[in-house]
Design a protein around this ligand. Structure first.
Ligand code: NAP
Ligand code: MG
Length: 515
């Protein structure tokens, strides 16, 4: 198969009135489809159960986006068994054919782009550009992993041995349980599932209970692209209720998880127990939380730094694992930074995602409560600069909030809040800033704003994060260009969107023949 080199899908410019209008039309069209009920899909068959799970619009909290029959423990068991049966066939399908399905799926997602964005705007509360970037990233993952599969399916380099003909081939693992989060409801779900499928595994996908519709769209797209029934099984349901059955099942070969540290630790532990009848140690990929810092050095353009911090801290309401939740600012520029930051944050508009404002809602009521409780903690621990309360409206709105003079050890400086809350910390100098940046249990993203080359070199050496950025925001990793994954409690550093990623879904077989 001949393919063009991978290129990132461009993000659309919604300042262009025509493009904006297309998105608005798609929102209207999708609005007419809200509130429908969808089945669980096991082995290509629709399954209904006694109870349902509703996905709500966080901008308008009583509006049901879609309803799903809710998975049970019994169905979780059935889904894994069906996937195990299907694996016997799917693993024999040549890599070229598997890759071709992803290329077709990427094309379908391109065609349905505004529609996918629209569902995401309703279901997750992303504004237009955040939703479009998410869909673009999903397309990138499919295009990138399809090419990667072709590379791994090619002849692999191996040292010649006299009198033998040797080869090394990559084969799939088996049944994978894929558990994505709601915050990149399409991109991460599509990336994790597509990587597992293209490498020849079969999958039970349990979408986040906040954004199951995005999983349903992926399911539809993969069927249309020609994926045989049963390779992908779609199982909405509460993580608490069906999660343990899926993870601990003796036929489960690997678990691919992205979400919170607490759930990641739980899954890792449970997967480590060998069940009766289980013939392998399960592989667990767990990408978890972050508490990401941007260092603002004294030798930098403060305006640029403020822009970078605001974009990283408040894009999608700070609900990104990569979001900047701590700005660590050199004492020499601290006052200037704080003043300019206040000006910029005060101007951010809060409102419904469908109105495409800068700051939409947070995902659900428990997130809202949790974030507001951190804000109350922040008021006790440090000084509130701007925001600090809920905002009016029918959704889960919180004003973008900044605390200043935050101590490096304070709770709001250490724990992942996952909302529009930024802690500003004063550093004595650059070395002190680096020390503070490394003082959490996480290690996902980070950025440094400085014009000083030596300081950048020092940061390369000492800033302990999986994704480090210089003189730019710390969010918006691109597939291929910024392979993504974190250190320490941020996860297993799987580097999604990088050349090593597919290896996590395969095992290598060395074959040697005497000639
Ligand atoms: P979460 O609460 O941990 O949930 C993630 C997924 O795990 C959901 O599908 C959830 O299902 C499921 N789950 C819950 N309990 C489970 C169990 N016992 N067994 C199996 N699955 C279970 O995380 P989230 O709120 O969706 O996402 C936000 C978190 O993800 C943040 O911490 C963020 O930093 C992290 N994140 C990390 C990355 C990265 O690349 N490092 C990327 C994005 C997000 P239910 O929805 O049904 O509970
Ligand atoms: Mg919702």
């Amino acid at each position: 198969m001949k393919v063009k080199p991978f290129k990132n899908e461009p993000i659309q410019n919604f300042n262009d009135k025509k493009i904006h209008a297309k998105q608005a039309e798609a929102l209207e069209a999708v609005c007419k489809k809200l509130g429908k009920t969808y089945e669980i899909m096991i082995g290509g068959k629709k399954v209904k159960t006694d109870s349902k799970l509703n996905s709500y619009n966080p901008s308008n909290k009583t509006e049901v986006v879609a309803s799903f029959y809710k998975g049970t423990k019994e169905l979780a068991d059935r889904a894994i068994r069906e996937a195990a049966k299907k694996f016997a066939q799917w693993k024999l399908v040549p890599a070229v054919e598997r890759a071709a399905i992803l290329f077709r799926a990427a094309e379908i997602a391109r065609r349905r782009r505004f529609e996918i964005n629209a569902w995401m705007i309703y279901e997750a509360g992303k504004n237009f550009v955040e939703a479009d970037a998410d869909t673009a990233e999903a397309i990138d993952f499919m295009e990138f992993y399809a090419r990667e599969m072709l590379r791994y399916a090619d002849k692999q380099p191996i040292t010649p041995v006299k009198g033998e003909e040797n080869e090394l081939v990559y084969i799939p693992l088996g049944v994978g349980v894929v558990v994505p989060p709601w915050n990149f409801p399409f991109a991460i779900l599509v990336g994790m599932s597509s990587a597992a499928i293209v490498t020849g595994n079969t999958v039970v996908l349990k979408p986040s209970s906040d954004t199951p519709m995005m999983g349903r769209l992926y399911y539809e797209i993969m069927q249309e692209a020609g994926l045989p029934a049963g390779v992908l099984n779609f199982m909405p349901g509460s993580g608490n209720e069906v999660g343990d059955t899926l993870v601990s099942h003796p036929l489960t070969r690997f678990v691919s998880f992205t979400g919170s540290m607490e759930v990641g630790i739980h899954i890792n532990k449970l997967a480590a127990e060998v069940q009766p009848g289980q013939k392998w140690l399960k592989r667990v990929v767990a990408e978890m939380g972050g508490k990401d810092s941007i260092i603002v050095d004294s030798e930098t353009n403060v305006d640029e730094a403020v822009k970078g911090v605001v974009t990283s801290a408040f894009g999608f309401q700070g609900q990104k694992c990569s979001a900047c939740s701590r700005a660590i600012v050199d004492a020499k520029v601290y006052n200037e930074f704080v003043k300019k930051l206040k000006d910029m944050v005060s101007k951010l508009e809060v409102g419904s995602a469908t109105d495409n404002v800068a700051i939409g809602p947070v995902i659900n009521d428990s997130a809202r409560k949790n974030i507001l409780s951190y804000i109350e903690k922040g008021k006790k621990e440090s000084r509130l600069l701007v925001g600090g309360e809920a905002a009016d409206g029918e959704g889960f709105f919180i004003k973008p909030t900044v605390f200043v003079d935050v101590k490096p050890e304070a709770k709001i400086s250490q724990e992942e809040i996952f909302g529009p809350v930024l802690a500003v910390i004063k550093a004595r100098n650059f070395d002190n800033a680096l020390e503070i940046a490394n003082n959490t249990q996480y290690g996902l993203t980070g950025a440094v704003f400085t014009d000083n080359r030596e300081k950048l070199e020092k940061a390369k050496e000492h800033f302990f994060v999986g994704n480090l950025y210089f003189n730019r925001k710390c969010t918006g990793a691109l597939v291929g260009g910024h392979p993504f994954g974190g250190f320490n409690m941020s996860g297993t550093d799987s580097k999604a969107g990088g050349r090593d990623y597919l290896l996590l879904f395969m095992q290598a077989k060395a074959i040697s023949e005497k000639v």
